[in-house]
Design a protein around this ligand. Structure first.
Ligand code: SAM
Length: 213
């Protein structure tokens, strides 16, 4: 993904440390205290500009949401959405999601979202795919038993790979859709990439992988 560098982004993120959490490791096991309520915790990995996480937060005010995004020039737009909408149930983490098991304690998370992650189609790049087994180990650790990893992509190859990867790892698959936008699914919140791809007529694939450990 090409990212336009915004030199002012870091300063703006720092100014809003109540929303963009600076030391997420300190809150491991204590995120509910930060939100000051005992509500389900849902986490999105690679939130981009935040349309999905903020759309979900508006739709489900009784859930606490956290978006993790690597690039400050991208997550700063998610911050703008939070500020514009005055959302109280979203926090953002500007870090590499590889640190997931340091940010969250075992069984702390009720649901994860992985939307339109980079497909890394070359076999030699398999370990970079966010549905590679090493990442699944992290998802399983932070998800409570029965917690759901919600996955969407436009990329058929990545979808097939991921179904196999989830299944091999022991996740139980449900609600598999090979054409989400013609599946009759209610309440789908669209991401930025999803909007772009579906406008071009591309199919959207979706599944839910349930943690059984
Ligand atoms: N989820 C958004 C959507 O559907 O519109 C953005 C999709 S974009 C293709 C993938 C996003 O994941 C990028 O913003 C990228 O910076 C972020 N990303 C990729 N690897 C990441 C990682 N290891 N940790 C955190 N964010 C990551």
């Amino acid at each position: 993904m090409r990212v336009r560098h915004k030199p002012w982004a870091k300063g703006k993120l720092d100014q809003h440390s109540d929303i963009v959490i600076q030391s997420p490791k300190e809150y491991s096991g204590e995120w509910r205290d930060l939100f000051k309520r005992d509500a389900p915790l849902h986490v999105e990995i690679g939130s981009g500009k935040g349309s999905f996480i903020t759309g979900m937060a508006k739709k489900y005010p009784t859930i606490n949401f956290i978006g993790i995004e690597l690039h400050e020039s991208v997550i700063v737009t998610a911050l703008d959405h939070c500020l514009d909408e005055n959302l109280k149930n979203v926090r953002l983490i500007n870090e590499d999601a590889r640190g997931l098991t340091e940010f969250f304690a075992e069984d702390e998370v009720d649901a994860l979202y992985l939307n339109f992650c980079d497909p890394w189609p070359k076999k030699r790049h398999e370990k970079r795919r966010l549905t590679y087994s090493a990442f699944l180990a992290q998802y399983e650790y932070v998800l409570k038993k029965g917690g759901i990893l919600n996955f969407k992509t436009d990329n058929q190859g990545l979808f097939e790979y991921s179904l196999e990867s989830f299944s091999k790892y022991g996740f139980v698959l449900q609600n598999i859709s090979l054409d989400l936008h013609h599946s009759g699914m209610q309440n789908n919140v669209v991401t930025e990439y999803e909007e772009k791809f579906s406008e071009k007529g591309q199919r959207i694939y979706r599944c839910e992988a349930i943690s059984s450990e």
